[in-house]
Design a protein around this ligand. Structure first.
Ligand code: GLU
Length: 323
């Protein structure tokens, strides 16, 4: 990892040993599917390979999107895979006070401002950026007379923001022109993922974020907020996302099946194969803890360098296919 490159090998190892804190942060919008299992397994193995702490954080902030019972269901599934959080699970739905405080800080610094624009107004007038319309800056200098603030946005600038991803290499974004000032508190009163994730990664002292490459584009926004709030920036590693035959990311929207928690070895073996860890065929008949032990010792994240998406095999999608 770049930050320790200048240290001696001995120091590097001992720093990792004491400081690595990773996490898996599912959104409970439905049961755990193969795509999210891959992120759980990758983050867990990278943490454990470095003798680190691994935490689970329930990102149940977007209450309208959360499915009743899904958080418990995900935790039960992770449990069946032997994936236990080293510290109590935290729930974003219970952390509003911390997000309020962070927003207050941004307001005090004049780096967050209220915005009255509707989605339609933005898409009508905006340029297209890397994630849809770029906010045109309508409310930057104040809300037009007669209108009311609905959301809060973080101010961006157009300096090049660069970070080194452990797998995806050097990534540069110009936030102002590529994303625009972005929402930190939504018009419906809910805090945005970008703010919550930054506050919580700092609160949980996360040193290493390992997650799907679908979030690679969000990272510059998160680093921008860390800089504004004076919070440390973790190391980032973005794993390839699992896509179906049509090239779509496995998700609730693409009707990805729930992983079969009654056959954890089967699903884990496939997650390891997907992550290019080359688990021996015979490992499919081993006990769960034997597979974990092998995987932890043989974790080779570097096999995924430059890889942002990989197809999930039919057998991985249809977990009951072999019975
Ligand atoms: N909750 C996000 C998701 O399920 C992941 C957030 C993160 O890992 O930063 O996609």
């Amino acid at each position: 990892m770049a930050r320790w490159r200048w240290t001696s090998r001995k120091k590097k190892l001992s720093l990792h040993k004491s400081q690595y804190r990773g996490r898996f942060a599912p959104s409970p919008t439905g049961p755990l599917h193969f795509g999210s299992l891959v992120a759980a397994v990758g983050s867990f193995l990278d943490a454990k390979h470095h003798h680190g702490i691994w935490l689970i954080r329930m990102e149940d902030l977007d209450t309208p999107r959360c499915a009743p019972g899904a958080a418990d269901d995900i935790l039960r599934t992770l449990d069946a895979f032997g994936l236990h959080s080293d510290e109590p699970v935290i729930y974003q739905s219970q952390r509003t006070a911390a997000y309020d405080e962070a927003l207050q800080r941004l307001q005090d610094l004049r780096t967050a401002y209220p915005c009255c624009c509707t989605r339609k107004e933005i898409s009508d007038s905006a340029l297209h950026g890397i994630e849809g319309p770029v906010y045109p800056g309508t409310c930057r200098a104040g809300i037009p007379v007669g209108r009311e603030g609905r959301a809060w946005r973080a101010r961006t600038d157009d300096t090049a923001l660069t970070f080194d991803d452990a797998l995806q290499g050097s990534i540069t974004q110009h936030l102002e022109s590529e994303i625009g000032d972005f929402v930190v508190k939504r018009a419906d009163g809910l805090f945005a993922y970008q703010l919550a994730v930054v506050v919580d990664d700092a609160f949980q002292q996360i040193s290493n974020v390992v997650r799907g490459a679908d979030l690679l584009n969000s990272t510059a926004r998160q680093i921008h907020l860390q800089n504004l709030l004076g919070l440390p920036t973790p190391h980032y590693m973005h794993l390839p996302v699992a896509v179906n035959a049509a090239g779509e990311k496995l998700s609730k929207q693409t009707l990805a099946q729930a992983v079969d928690s009654t056959r954890p070895v089967h699903a884990l073996w496939h997650a390891l194969a997907f992550l290019q860890q080359q688990p021996p065929q015979a490992m499919q008949d081993e006990r769960l803890d034997t597979v974990w032990e092998w995987a932890r010792r043989n974790w080779h994240a570097e096999r995924l360098v430059g890889c942002r998406a990989l197809p999930a095999m039919a057998d991985e999608l249809d977990h009951r296919g072999n019975e």
